[in-house]
Design a protein around this ligand. Structure first.
Ligand code: SF4
Ligand code: SF4
Length: 302
């Protein structure tokens, strides 16, 4: 069984405890306006191109079997209707400015790549995190991969937006040692407006996990986004929900950053980039204080 993977990062420090490798799967049911990984959203492979670093040598244009590429005064233009995402142009580009995003892997091909760092995981209490996109979009591949990682004795974590059907809850519970669970907003209408889906299913799934596995194996993570939830009122409502769910562990905060603009441009979606504004130090301190006032330890991630 193959899965579509868009990145594997080694020595990650922010995707769960200890030193970890993080495997990023393609496909996501949400369309968050602030998404940091727009290349993760589509469930299909796609091409990216970074015009600023292009030497205009024309090698890619000549290599394309579909004649989908032309050289223009703004760089290489790709005709999406003709392109079959074969990746040949990426292979020949001498400057590495064209990339194919989304490569197929069998779980057996990934486990040797990440298990070689098992000593680091073991000494740092780390492991492997499967992220996305939303990893449950490729649920069969995800479960197979987690099973194989566990067979190597590797600690497993899954990073999820929480928007998935109930029938996979038990599988996730059994195969993930830790669930990193995003909570974005308590107002479903606002959630819908900024992410494309309401929050009911997400909140129900979170409660399921807390009830079943307690607070030790799940960490709520709040992306802190100006203009969406970066205010004491919105954060308080999420914290009230956490209290009512019975959760007792730390609360991770993921501050907004503007690093994604180039990523949107590279995949030809530059016009969709949404600048959510500034997240000031004062706002961060206020939000961390709000988390503390509810009796939770705030952990600010990058
Ligand atoms: S991915 Fe293949 S078809 Fe698409 S532009 Fe590159 S070489 Fe042509
Ligand atoms: S091969 Fe690479 S550097 Fe040369 S024109 Fe194509 S994208 Fe630019």
């Amino acid at each position: 069984m193959k899965g579509l993977v868009f990145d594997i990062q080694y020595y990650s420090l922010y995707d769960g405890p200890g030193i970890r490798s993080t495997i990023f799967l393609k496909g996501c049911p949400l369309r968050c306006l602030w998404c940091h990984n727009p290349e993760s959203q589509s469930g299909k492979a796609e091409m990216s191109y970074y015009a600023e670093r292009c030497a205009r040598c024309g090698t890619c244009v000549k290599s394309c079997p579909q004649k989908a590429l032309t050289m223009t005064d703004k760089g290489v233009r790709r005709d999406r209707k003709k392109c079959i995402v074969c990746g040949k142009c990426a292979v020949v580009c001498p400057n590495d400015v064209i990339q194919k995003i989304g490569l197929e892997y069998e779980p057996e091909e990934i486990t040797p790549l990440v298990s070689r760092d098992k000593d680091f995981y073991d000494t740092s209490r780390g492991g492997v995190t499967v992220s996305g996109g939303e990893p449950t979009v490729q649920v069969e591949f995800l479960f197979d991969l987690l099973r194989k990682l566990k067979a190597f004795g590797i600690h497993t974590a899954v990073e999820t937006c929480g928007y998935f059907k109930k029938d996979i809850l038990a599988g996730l519970e059994g195969l993930s040692d830790l669930i990193l669970f995003d909570l974005k907003h308590n107002d479903s209408e606002k959630h819908q407006q900024f992410t494309g889906v309401g929050n009911e299913r997400i909140l129900e799934n979170f409660c399921y996990f807390v009830e079943r596995i307690g607070s030790e194996r799940i960490i709520p993570r709040i992306p802190v986004i100006p203009g969406f939830n970066a205010d004491a009122g919105s954060i308080s409502r999420i914290l009230s929900f956490l209290k009512s769910s019975g959760y007792k562990g730390p609360v991770h905060l993921m501050p907004y950053n503007k690093m994604a603009k180039t990523k949107y441009e590279k995949i030809g979606r530059g016009s969709e980039y949404c600048d959510m504004g500034e997240l000031t130090e004062t706002m961060k301190v206020e939000i961390a204080g709000t988390v503390e006032s509810y009796g939770y330890e705030p952990v600010v991630n990058q």
